[in-house]
Design a protein around this ligand. Structure first.
Ligand SMILES: [Zn+2]
Length: 181
């Protein structure tokens, strides 16, 4: 039985900065069972309800190496994907673009990423596949892979962006402190 089967799916919600769970280096998924499938289905519900284009497991408090993505932000379709134990195996070019994160509500900042990447991951059946993407999808792959290593937008943003978003970051820190009180 995997630890995932113990999760109360109805209680899952987006974890926000600066929750320490977002800072952990996540562990590999080893069991590809119905609990994992149920967990991923719930992640999709949460992502679409928040109008997100990507969501990593630590963002719902589960520190395992898994993310979901859909650059269209519309349920279903050919771009909807599940990436388990993902690894970016190739990067090319560079591109600066606006990026947001469900764990930093209201924030958007310019982040430099590779323009195109190739990712290798497992699907829900445990089968390995590779996929090459560019533009927004490549950006999502890089952003979500960062989450699995505990790396956040606040680590990638420029000093200028940090100053611009200072108030927002402080508000999030205060909100978090409030929940701990
Ligand atoms: Zn994010």
């Amino acid at each position: 039985m995997s630890a995932i089967s113990e999760i109360d799916l109805s209680a899952l919600k987006v974890v926000k900065y600066p929750d320490p769970r977002l800072r952990e280096v996540c562990t590999a998924v080893e069991e590809f069972d119905d609990s994992l499938r149920g967990f991923v289905e719930r992640m999709f519900e949460i992502m679409y309800a928040s109008n997100g284009v990507g969501l990593a497991a630590p963002q719902v408090g589960q520190t395992i190496r898994l993310f979901i993505a859909n650059p269209t932000a519309e349920p279903g379709g050919e771009y909807e994907g599940v990436y388990i134990n993902p690894e970016i195996i190739e990067r090319s070019g560079s591109d600066v673009g606006d990026e947001g994160c469900l764990s930093f509500p209201g924030m958007s900042c310019k982040i430099k990423r590779a323009e195109a990447v190739t990712i290798r991951a497992a699907n829900l059946n445990g089968e390995t596949f590779t996929q090459t993407a560019e533009g927004l999808q490549a950006r999502i792959f890089q952003h979500e892979s960062d989450h699995l290593d505990g790396i956040l937008l606040s680590d990638r943003m420029s000093t200028v962006a940090k100053i611009t978003n200072r108030r927002l970051l402080k508000d999030l820190e205060e909100d978090y402190a409030e929940t701990k009180r």
